[in-house]
Design a protein around this ligand. Sequence first.
Ligand code: 3SL
Length: 250
Amino acid sequence: MEAEKPFLEVCLTPALFYQYDVLQSIVVVIDVLRATSSICVAFQYGAHCIVPVTTTEESLAYREKGYLVGAERQGSMVEGFDFGNSPFSYMDDKIRGKKIALTTTNGTRAIDIARNAAMVVVGSFLNIDTLAEWLIKQQQNVVCLCAGWKDTFNLEDALFAGALAEKLQPHFRLTPHRDAALAAMRLYDLARNDMYEFLAQSSHRTRLEKLKVDEDVLYCLTPNQTQVIPVLRGGVLYNLRDMLQKDKGE
Ligand code: 3SL
């Protein structure tokens, strides 16, 4: 008899995450604009690890331990930090081999909320194919957690959840609570030809437009710019490939 397929669910805002039983699931944390995109870029550029923290004070305290420190609030870099949340700021050789502490308004908070899951990984358009291929191989339940903005729904995270769900769907089954996944896939289908334009009136694209970081938005919507899977272990994000090599003693 064929084994039952694992299930796939989408949680459209952290405010609803308490309804999901994730003890046996892989949670994909999604904050396309821009936290999970920047995290993927940092690992693509060789970051050793990223400690996601919820406050700016916690992030800054890591500097004394030799970490590079990042902090974003209201879309801007907080004064006194090495990075804000632009993916371009992580495209730098100074990242290679470095430990980084990072706090962002929603992305690092969503990672924290998901921490009790069987496994937590980071998703963005920048690593979508690498992540999808890996998730299919795991044969484990998947919950996509959209970080949104301060517990509200954000369109761009739902688009990514839909794009990922579309790739995973043949290998997974939807649960009776399937409407969020169906809605995300339908939205992505409407947006796929021009996501940037589809998001024109969305809250976070508008917020970032005012901050004049449209280049960031365009980049974060470009699929497959990285081949990394950031994974949470003991409260710290590592590049899965590095983590597995270390486990094997390589
Ligand atoms: O909320 C977050 O975590 C950030 O991604 C928001 S911003 O894109 O840096 O404004």
